[in-house]
Design a protein around this ligand. Structure first.
Ligand code: BES
Ligand code: ZN
Length: 452
């Protein structure tokens, strides 16, 4: 379902002002960079919008995203990169004066994999959650070309071999199940589209006893040609790391007076997929949420606000599910809305629209508020209401909280940037202006709900 949902007024004016607002002078982060942003205001914006827009710093968001994507780099769930990002976020929030909580949780055993051909070529492989492990020196076996991995694609020849399976047709978990039925010793699934990083095949929460890996289309085709055809072997090694931890970082603020306030949740995940610096996915949303935490800290509010920085999103929304499921009944009753930001700053030129993804495809308090705000402040991009989960708003929705995810996409096709989940998801393809646009829109929306 696709609904266009906005008239555009004063687009040109605010585009010009936004563009000019980025030429701010670099300043050390200890000194707030604010003055240059005050021009970026639509005439119909209210004073309360301006209080946010004037302070949301393009430069600070861009530099925070750069820190996450470049200084830290890939932030794969359960690794040092993810942990460093968590520490960075925690320190930032504490420096803004928040009480900050680290919420630690366990994640499924994590596989670290190596794949090597008998002529010593190393093949990049991603081990999905739910893969089985191998002995310390891996398994050495021939490859069986199992086509799409449907039951009829296997012959008795597959027994004891590593099934090489193309993506497509049936689910990844079905492919693995069929390989197990045929007695395969392991599974390698190769992509059916060109991509820089190896495929990360989601096994849908099922755990298997045999090792499973994802590889690129190019690697799969090369293995078919060089190894499977010539009956050579590969060595596939998967070591399962047990008791791995991830964490959410939460900063909250309650109004000075009264009790029993409604709660607004602002969320963004800070982990990334393997091999990706995750500038767009999701240093972008993290940097915007951090900036909103800074800006909204100093104004009087009449509702509770919680900034939830989420770990382990990329392995199946694990961090946000953990967060949402530990909310008690009293907190759930007070929960008003979740604004999630995931991929809000791509510079990809086709992604001219801000999609508001909701789980049921219907408008809710978050999307209504954002539309009204966009109209007032003159958000340059078109806003499109769309039905889609696949980010942390799903976890809030699942416990009954109205939720939205803001994400940049190409209007009409809903396509994501081509760098998505690849090593090319770098700062080169992140737009400072679009971070500002998201920060203004989401910040002014939230402030219109919580201002006192
Ligand atoms: N940043 C993406 C958001 C997204 C939303 C991508 C909708 C594509 C469509 C998110 O981090 C992501 O990659 N989600 C996973 C699913 C998730 C449940 C692990 C995806 O879409 O593959
Ligand atoms: Zn992602």
């Amino acid at each position: 379902m696709l609904k266009k949902a906005k008239k555009k007024t004063a687009v040109l004016l605010s585009t010009i002002l936004l563009a000019s607002s980025f030429s701010v002078v670099a300043a050390p982060l200890a000194q707030p960079v604010e003055a240059a942003e005050t021009k970026a205001v639509n005439p119909s914006a209210k004073a309360h919008d301006q209080k946010v827009i004037a302070r949301v710093s393009t430069e600070r968001m861009f530099e925070d995203a750069r820190y996450l994507a470049e200084t830290i780099g890939p932030r794969v769930t359960g690794t040092e990169g993810e942990q460093k990002a968590a520490e960075f976020i925690l320190e930032r929030l504490a420096s803004y004066g928040y009480e900050v909580e680290t919420q630690e949780f366990g994640i499924p055993d994590k596989g670290v994999g190596h794949l090597q051909t008998s002529d010593n070529k190393e093949v990049l492989v991603t081990i999905p959650a739910g893969s089985g492990g191998t002995p310390n020196d891996g398994i050495t076996a021939g490859l069986f070309d199992a086509g799409l991995g449907k039951a009829g694609d296997f012959t008795p020849e597959a027994k004891g071999k590593i099934a090489l399976i193309a993506r497509g047709g049936i689910t990844f978990a079905e492919k693995v199940n069929n390989a197990i039925q045929a007695g395969a010793a392991g599974v390698l699934i190769y992509n059916n589209v060109d991509a820089l990083a190896p495929l990360n095949p989601s096994l849908g929460g099922t755990s298997f006893d045999i090792p499973v890996g994802g590889i690129t289309k190019e690697s799969g085709e090369a293995l078919l040609k060089d190894v499977a055809a010539a009956n050579k072997t590969v060595n596939f090694n998967v070591q399962l790391l047990k008791n791995v931890k991830s964490q959410n970082i939460i900063a909250s603020r309650t109004p000075e007076k009264g009790s029993n306030h409604e709660i607004i949740y602002v969320s963004a995940h800070f982990d990334s997929v393997p091999f990706a610096p995750g500038a767009s996915d999701n240093a972008s949303g993290t940097a915007v949420a951090l900036e909103l935490a800074r800006v909204l800290k100093s104004y009087p509010i009449d509702k509770e606000i919680r900034f939830v920085f989420v770990g382990a999103e990329e392995i199946g929304l694990v961090g946000s599910k953990y967060y949402a499921n530990q909310l008690n009944e009293e907190e759930l009753k007070r929960s008003l809305v979740n604004f999630n930001m995931d991929m809000v700053g791509t510079a990809w030129e086709n992604a001219t629209a801000i999609y508001m993804n909701t789980i049921d495809g219907k408008a809710n308090i978050a999307t209504d508020t954002a539309l009204a705000t966009a109209e007032r402040i003159g958000t340059p991009s078109e806003l499109i209401l769309y039905q889609r989960g696949a980010s942390d708003h799903q976890s809030f929705y699942d416990v009954g909280i109205p939720a939205v995810n803001f994400i940049r996409r190409e209007p009409g096709t809903a396509a994501l940037e081509p760098y998505y989940h690849t090593p090319l998801d770098t700062m080169k393809y992140l737009s400072a202006e679009r971070l500002k646009e998201a920060g203004d829109l989401v910040g002014a929306s939230i402030y219109s709900l919580i201002r006192n």
